[in-house]
Design a protein around this ligand. Sequence first.
Ligand SMILES: *[C@@H]1O[C@H](CO)[C@@H](O)[C@H](O)[C@H]1NC(C)=O
Length: 244
Amino acid sequence: MELSFKHQVGLVCVILLFPALCSCHEYVTNSRASYYNTPDGLGNPRGACGFGEYGRTMNNGSVAAVSGLWRNGAGCGACYQVWCKIPEYCNGKGVHVVATDYGAGDNTDFIMSKRGFYGLGRNAGASKELFKRGVVDIAFKRVPCRYTDSIKLHVQESSKNPGYFAVLILNADDITAVQMWLKRQQRWEPLRRVYGAVFDFANPPTGEILMRFQVGYKYWLLPKIAIPANWKPGATYDTKLHPY
Ligand SMILES: *[C@@H]1O[C@H](CO)[C@@H](O)[C@H](O)[C@H]1NC(C)=O
C-alpha cells in the first residue's frame, strides 16, 4: 500500500503518541538498541528503578535501561519484545526484556544487559557480530509481562518504624501512583515517588499499612494483605496480589 505524505505523518503521530496514552500492546516502533557491561552480563544491581540485587536476575538477566520509555519511573518493570533487523544476524522473534534502569544512548530506546542483547542474535556467532557493532537498529513493542510471582513490597533499608516509610514495588509494571490508607482520617493519601519504583511516606500511621497501586492511570490494585504494624526495614512483604 502506498501512503501519501500526509498519511505517513498521521501514522507517525499515532505510533509516537499512543504508547504513552495507552498500554496497547500492538504498536511496533522502530528504534535503536545498545548494551551495557556488567561482570556477569546480567542486570545492573544499581539500576535507577531501585530493584537492587533483584534487578540483576529479573527475567533471567534479560533487562534493559530505557530512556523515552522511562516515564518518570512508571516504565519500571514494563516488558518489551525487541528484535533487530539484520537478517543474517538477527533472529526473527527477538528477545523479551524488562525495563530496570534509566539509560540514554546514541538515539537508543534500550541499552540492554549483555544477556538481553545476546538474545537478539540468531546464534552465538551472530550475537558476537551484533556486539561488535555496539548499536543496532531494532523494532520493539510493549508486551504483557511474564511475572509468575505476586507483587512484593520491599521496605527500604532507609525506613524507620515509626517515622519514615519507603517501599520498593516488585513484580509490577506501569505503576503510576501509590496511596496509603489513613485510618484515623478515613482517606487515601498519596506516597511520593522517590525514584524508579521506590515510593515513600513521612510519618506513616502506626499500625498496619494498607496501600493501593494505580496501574497506567486507569485502575487501582488493592492488595488483600496489609503490611503488619511491626514492619521492619529490609523486609519484603507479599501482597498475594497477582497483576495478571
Ligand atoms: C537463562 O539464561 C541462560 C543463558 O542464556 C540459559 O542457559 C537458561 O536456560 C535461561 N533460564 C531460563 C529459566 O530461561
